[in-house]
Design a protein around this ligand. Structure first.
Ligand code: NAD
Ligand code: ZN
Length: 254
């Protein structure tokens, strides 16, 4: 489907929301750019400066872990300061009013939760960068003391319960997808009659499989993104533009 002009498209989105009994929103890095977090593709962005450290290297080498924490301390300067924007707030309102049953996100920034959506309704496919966990026993650790010890003398964090390796709670390249989140995302996708993908280039799999699954299962598929995506031709409605103003207008949120 070709993209509609903004006003007509927002009207169509409003009508799709009105007609829906159970909508799901699927978000990518694009919903957080208006909060000051660069997306994956922006040149010189946070993520494009270095070759990512793969999960296997992180496990195998203390030097790789040290490099990982060094980079994390840098990227956190932007990430942990960010606040939810109009797009996050619009989605939070639609969850609060019962229109949206849950949010499936590829983002790791925790901004959907900060916008007031209860954690159980935010399905994180790539984890969360605002805390860390033990890779062996799953115990949660807060970042501040870890970073402090690392910056003081290079100490790498170790689980106090089981001596396992502690890693930010994100899914690294080469790390298995989180099973429970994948299952929950699939269930929510199959239960939805409207599926809105917002701010994702829809090229990262398996995450980008959810809009396809929704559409094949009979849901209406809406794609909202600044640039074209490979799934546009498959969608019922394509909105090409900025997420905050579009979702904000559609949900009546400033
Ligand atoms: P992506 O960077 O591949 O795509 C983002 C898309 O959003 C782009 O197509 C871009 O044109 C669009 N976009 C950017 N700002 C927009 C705006 N204001 N309005 C409308 N569209 C906008 O992101 P992805 O599809 O989420 O995949 C990248 C991977 O990187 C994900 O796996 C994610 O885990 C990770 N990541 C996360 C964050 C975050 O948590 N905020 C940021 C960068 C990358
Ligand atoms: Zn442990």
């Amino acid at each position: 489907m070709t993209a509609l002009l903004p006003e007509a498209a927002i009207e169509s989105l409003k009508r799709a929301l009105e007609a829906s009994k159970r909508a799901v929103v699927f978000t990518g890095a694009g919903i957080s750019t208006e909060s000051g977090i660069p997306d994956f593709r922006s040149p010189g962005g946070l993520w494009s400066q270095y070759r990512p450290i793969e999960f296997g290297e992180f496990l195998a080498s203390a030097e790789a872990r040290a490099e990982y924490w060094r980079r994390k301390i840098e990227t956190d300067k932007v990430l942990l300061k960010a606040e939810p924007n109009r797009g996050h707030r619009a989605i939070a309102k639609l969850v609060r009013t019962g229109k949206i049953s849950s949010v499936i996100t590829q983002n790791i920034d925790g901004l959907h939760q900060s916008s007031g959506i209860e954690a159980a309704k935010v399905i994180e496919l790539h984890g969360n960068t605002t805390y860390a966990t033990c890779l062996d026993c799953g115990e949660r650790y807060e970042l501040a003391p870890i970073k402090q010890a690392f910056q003081a003398d290079g100490t790498l964090p170790e689980c106090t319960d089981c001596l396992g390796i502690i890693k930010p709670a994100t899914i690294a390249f080469g790390q298995a997808m989180p099973e429970a989140a994948m299952r929950q995302a699939e269930m929510e996708t199959l239960a939805a009659d409207l599926f809105i993908a917002a701010g994702s280039s829809l090229v990262v799999y398996p995450a980008a499989g959810f809009p396809v699954l929704a559409k094949r299962n009979g849901a209406r598929l809406v794609i909202l993104n600044r640039e074209a995506t490979p799934l546009d031709e498959f969608a019922d409605l394509v909105l090409r533009g900025e997420i905050g103003p579009i979702l904000g207008t559609a949900a009546n949120v400033n």
